[in-house]
Design a protein around this ligand. Sequence first.
Ligand code: ADP
Ligand code: MN
Ligand code: MN
Ligand code: MN
Length: 339
Amino acid sequence: MSYRAEYIWIDGTSPTAKLRSKTKILATDTMPPTWGFDGSSTNQAEGHASDRVLEPVFTCPDPIRGGDDVLVLCEVLNTDGTAHVSNTRASLAAVTQEFTGQQPLFGIEQEYTFFEGTRPLGFPENGFPAPQGGYYCGVGADEIFGREIVEQHLENCLAAGLEISGINAEVMPGQWEFQVGPLSPLEVSDQLWIARWLLYRTAEEYGVTVTLDPKPVKGDWNGAGAHTNFSTKAMRESYTAIIAACEALGEGSKPLDHVKNYGAGIDERLTGLHETAPWDEYTYGVSDRGASVRIPWQVEKDGKGYIEDRRPNANMDPYLVTRLITDTCCSALQKAGLA
Ligand code: ADP
Ligand code: MN
Ligand code: MN
Ligand code: MN
């Protein structure tokens, strides 16, 4: 008896990495073992020494194949066992180790856009659809494009055991969002990568492509982001810690250090228009969707909770983003005696 394991990994494509996967048939009574691949075909090696190692780090049921089949998310290693340069998960694991006592949690809002051929799903063959306004959380065939795929993706994520917390239609036709979390930095990041893979894979069945392009249509159309919601135990208990975290993100070179790692093309999306703050200015505020970091109104009212970093692009790497936020905020909270 056997089962199928779909090994999934993040490649070395620059500036935005792509997902890759391949299938291994395994005997029923065995765990998915370490495996390998040709790194020269994924921008992860030169041709003359191209073997790279796939190290399983997270396994869940495969909702596409069903039965006993599984999805296996992997880290990419060199043959000497060290992390490959494209492997951003390894350093997140190291940083979070240091701060587990603060119990950091993340909820990530992944926005994305469906495309059919060269046009966003729902865009007419010639010209543009009606301007933005009615599409966000809309209903009806004139406003909603791709709901069948979105529902199937949600179904697949839930069957895989992923902690999806919601979905909604976004501001532009063919644009949608799902949320993962709240979970620890490693868990939310692993689950987001698997949820992304399931999104591409689910849409494939419908002949529709998915893009995480942060600005899929130029002009007066919203970009696609990945708002990253964050809290520590102290922030879930006190407003002083909420403010300390917002301040920490604005210290010295932090705003630029963060934004540089929040996804390629971030300056095209963070223009100061379309519910964004300019990429080179750092601000925070209550209920402020034009700030870099928003404190939700409920959090101010309760005097505790979480903050929303609105800057990350849809195409961001969650291993990088959650590492930076954890490091910046948890270090500052520790120094301030708020850990
Ligand atoms: P928005 O109003 O910005 O569209 P969403 O409902 O899309 O908000 O997303 C809010 C996110 O915040 C969800 O992913 C949720 O899991 C996350 N979240 C809720 N509470 C916390 C918390 N204490 N720490 C971190 N994330 C949280
Ligand atoms: Mn949202
Ligand atoms: Mn959104
Ligand atoms: Mn948001």
